[in-house]
Ligand binder design. Structure first.
Ligand SMILES: [Zn+2]
Length: 229
């Protein structure tokens, strides 16, 4: 007999108000416990990169997409969460600069000094769900800054046609996949964060689904967004 619980997705979610930074909805037991959040850290590493974002060709050798993403601009690399692009970016990011950027957004820096850690691979960059949602609220509020604008353009493309494609138009979104740190030992946890709506942002929603990739978690986030309307 299959236990009923096995058929139900384990979904955690937290929503905060962009302006007040207060939690407005929480279905997450330990939202103040720092956890690995995978690629959701990529915007902050990008902010610590100095100079214009490069073009880069992903071969798939160091990417989750085995066939490779091919030639990418920054915006596409963020929308499709290309690991190879971001490893290339992260290797020249100065750890001190990253620590300053992280502090500005209210999150801790990675505990390990490596390009992998800086793009959210492994478990050494841990952030609380509530803290991460507030960091994205800070991104939304800094939309007038040119570098932040480039990042938000990537997050818009992610929601429209990238890894967060389940979300659709009118939002900024990003997915991530990270090793599960709960006792249940699922293969990994999928995350999706959404700034809603894209222009005149009012809320940030962070969703975690145990045992699925980030792109799947985007469907759970979409279902929550629909209930808000
Ligand atoms: Zn790639």
């Amino acid at each position: 007999m299959i236990p009923l619980l096995a058929l139900t997705l384990a979904v955690d979610s937290i929503a905060i108000d962009v302006r007040t930074r207060e939690v407005i909805e929480q279905h997450w037991n330990d939202a103040d416990r720092a956890i690995p959040v995978g690629s959701l850290v990529k915007p902050f590493t990008a902010l610590a990169y100095s100079g214009d974002f490069p073009e880069f060709t992903c071969t798939g050798r160091r990417c989750w997409l085995a066939r490779g993403h091919g030639k990418l601009h920054f915006r596409q690399a963020l929308a499709f969460s290309c690991n190879e692009y971001f490893l290339n970016l992260a290797k020249s990011v100065d750890p001190q600069t990253l620590a300053v950027v992280a502090a500005k957004f209210g999150i801790p820096p990675p505990a390990e000094d490596s390009a992998e850690a800086r793009i959210g691979l492994g478990t050494s960059w841990r952030i609380t769900p509530a803290g991460l949602a507030r960091a994205y609220a800070e991104l939304a509020e800094r939309s007038g800054e040119p570098r932040v604008r480039e990042i938000l353009d990537g997050l818009r493309m992610s929601a429209e046609s990238g890894t967060s494609g389940a979300i659709g138009r009118g939002f900024f979104a990003k997915t991530g996949t990270a090793p599960c740190v709960s006792e249940k030992h699922d293969s990994g946890d999928g995350f999706t964060i959404v700034i809603a709506p894209a222009e005149a942002s009012r809320k940030v929603l962070l969703v975690r689904v145990h045992g699925v990739p980030g792109a799947e978690a985007a469907k759970s986030a979409r279902d929550i967004l629909r209930k808000w309307k």
